[in-house]
Design a protein around this ligand. Structure first.
Ligand SMILES: [Zn+2]
Ligand SMILES: [Zn+2]
Length: 204
């Protein structure tokens, strides 16, 4: 199955988000399909394009998008997944950390530091009357801060479980209407972008 680009008329795989010839971004509904179907269609579309591309020469080399790592058949000018034109006959060597991941990671480190600081402050008050309660609260904040710091470092260094945890956090944030809802949706949207996913899924 193929669809045609309304801008340049090129044949595209059915699940292409960007035109492989001109980079035109297809309207969203056009690419909505169950994930399994999409994969099958992409495979068959790739086969078709492979055969077409292979007609002049018998070599059918796999090319790769250098920005999101998507394998594409020879002849694609734009990546159908992310729209990048950086396509080369080898897999991308290293996908650099996207700026938004750095920002989210730093915010997480700040939260961790605040939690550690609050915990230390409470632990400093254990000599006061009812000091035992302060100690319990203090230890809880220190442990939470330490775990949050481990998570922040994992997220920044591209561990995929860090991305999953950040997404779970964003889902919980959705309840906090309106600001948390907006932030949660933005974070979920951002962390599922092909380029961002590729950063977390690349072999380390
Ligand atoms: Zn086009
Ligand atoms: Zn791409």
């Amino acid at each position: 199955m193929t669809k045609y680009c309304p801008k340049c008329g090129a044949q595209n795989p059915d699940d292409a988000v960007y035109c492989i010839k001109c980079g035109y971004k297809f309207p969203l509904e056009a690419s909505e399909q169950p994930a399994n179907d999409q994969q099958k269609t992409a495979e068959s579309a790739q086969n078709v394009t492979n055969q077409q591309a292979a007609q002049p020469s018998t070599t059918s080399q796999t090319y790769y998008c250098q920005e999101c790592g998507q394998p594409v058949p020879h002849g694609y000018i734009y990546c159908p997944v992310c729209g990048s034109f950086k396509i080369a006959p080898y897999p991308p060597s290293y996908i650099p950390r996207p700026a938004g991941v750095t920002v989210l990671g730093i915010i997480q480190i700040i939260f961790s530091a605040i939690s550690l600081w609050v915990g230390m402050t409470f632990l400093g008050m254990t000599l006061a009357p009812a000091g035992g309660v302060f100690a319990i609260v203090g230890i809880a904040f220190v442990v939470a801060g330490a775990l949050s710091l481990i998570f922040a470092v994992a997220f920044l260094t591209g561990k995929n479980w860090g991305r999953i945890l950040m997404m779970i956090g964003a889902i919980i944030e959705l309840i906090d209407f309106p600001l948390g809802t907006v932030m949660g949706i933005l974070i979920l949207w951002y962390l599922t972008r092909p380029r961002v996913k590729a950063y977390f899924k690349q072999p380390k």
